[in-house]
Write a protein that binds this ligand. Structure first.
Ligand SMILES: CC(C)(COP(=O)(O)OP(=O)(O)OC[C@H]1O[C@@H](n2cnc3c(N)ncnc32)[C@H](O)[C@@H]1OP(=O)(O)O)[C@@H](O)C(=O)NCCC(=O)NCCS
Length: 175
């Protein structure tokens, strides 16, 4: 599968499809993560990403039962990914990323809709995630789906710059 790239500036909008990732998608998914990590503002992963380690972890995730990895495809490219990690106590931890050039086009919505259905089917009673307080787009998306703010971690995550960032804990009950 090809990597994310950018949509044509004035071309027709490509329909987005969401499906489980296969091993053939691993490089493209890692490429999305590297690109988003490079922005330095949205996800916990920071540049420089250890690509080989990420590839190995992604291969494991695609293959193991406790993880659900979804990809969003548009125009034959992987333009977004979402991972759900199913804990034994019934909570599915969620992380997601859409390539910068593809945001605001419904890709995140398509991924999250599918993820909620799959978490429920997998027997999870709740989806949990953490988000930086400055990530207004992500918080708005989660709140639109009914995620509640459940907690706040103050000066919790040390970034490579040495800064300590807060995080909001959000949860969506499925029971
Ligand atoms: C957060 C993210 C996944 C949203 O994906 P997306 O494809 O842009 O989202 P959509 O186009 O489906 O938009 C869905 C909703 O998200 C919210 N949203 C998206 N972009 C927004 C923005 N720039 N400002 C405010 N709200 C925004 C809105 O509620 C929007 O609904 P609307 O279009 O009806 O207003 C995407 O911005 C992203 O990947 N960001 C970087 C990585 C990241 O933050 N991951 C989550 C870490 S917790």
């Amino acid at each position: 599968m090809e990597r994310s790239g950018s949509p044509p500036a004035d071309g027709p909008a490509s329909p987005v499809t969401v499906r489980p990732a296969t091993l053939d998608d691993v490089d493209a998914v890692v490429a999305v993560l590297v690109e988003v990590a490079g922005e330095g503002r949205w996800i916990a992963t920071e540049a420089p990403v250890d690509v080989e380690q990420r590839r190995r972890r992604m291969v494991e995730d695609v293959e193991r039962e406790e993880a659900i990895v979804l990809v969003a495809e548009a125009g034959g490219q992987v333009v977004g990914e979402l991972g759900l990690y199913l804990a034994r106590y019934g909570v599915a931890d969620l992380g997601m990323a859409v390539a910068p050039g593809w945001r605001g086009r419904g890709v995140g919505t398509a991924l999250l809709t599918e993820a909620i259905a799959r978490a429920r089917n997998a027997g999870a009673h709740k989806i949990a995630l953490q988000v930086w307080p400055h990530n207004r787009a992500a918080i708005a998306l989660y709140e639109r789906y009914g995620f509640q703010r459940e907690g706040y971690l103050t000066r919790h995550y040390r970034r490579r710059s040495g800064e300590l960032w807060d995080a909001i804990i959000m949860g969506l009950r499925l029971d």
